[in-house]
Design a protein. Structure first.
Length: 156
């Protein structure tokens, strides 16, 4: 049995699509959300640790809300893998949002699983990341509590 997965080679069409995806996200902002239709299928399913969103109109609304107060967002791709209509990219996201960490830049490590429809648009997008790293550790009481829980777990 052969493994058709390709890791990190730009000449693979799947890797090129992932690179385009990362570039798209690095240019996405509250003023150009209409471009989502150039990347996502009308019936897209998007999920992350907090949401499950079905359909392009709902995804547009989600991003409109998410980007309304976001002051910085940048993704740095780490590793990429592609196999047919499926791709994975691990990333580090740098964001600034006035409601998180007093508006200071935070780093979040994550991974996106992407599946393309036969028309070349993304039909499924699932993000994996540590919600504690993104939100909870930056909240005064909850951040202290989660760090104590992690310390306790590390002792055991």
């Amino acid at each position: 049995m052969t493994n058709n997965a390709v890791v990190g080679y730009a000449q693979d069409p799947g890797i090129s699509r992932i690179e385009d995806f990362v570039c798209f996200y690095n240019s996405l902002n509250a003023n150009n959300l209409g471009t989502l239709k150039q990347v996502y299928h009308q019936d897209v399913v998007f999920s992350d640790p907090v949401h499950r969103i079905e359909g392009l109109p709902a995804l547009h609304d989600y991003f409109a809300h998410a980007y309304a107060r976001l002051t910085q967002s940048h993704f740095q791709a780490q590793q990429m893998a592609a196999n047919g209509q499926t791709g994975f990219v691990s990333w580090q996201m740098r964001i600034r949002h006035p409601a998180i960490a007093d508006g200071n830049e935070i780093l979040v490590d994550g991974c996106s699983e992407l599946r393309w429809h036969e028309d070349g648009l993304i039909i499924a997008h699932r993000d994996y990341y540590d919600l504690t790293q993104m939100v909870y550790q930056h909240l005064p009481v909850i951040g202290w509590l989660t760090s104590k829980v992690k310390q306790q777990m590390a002792k055991e």
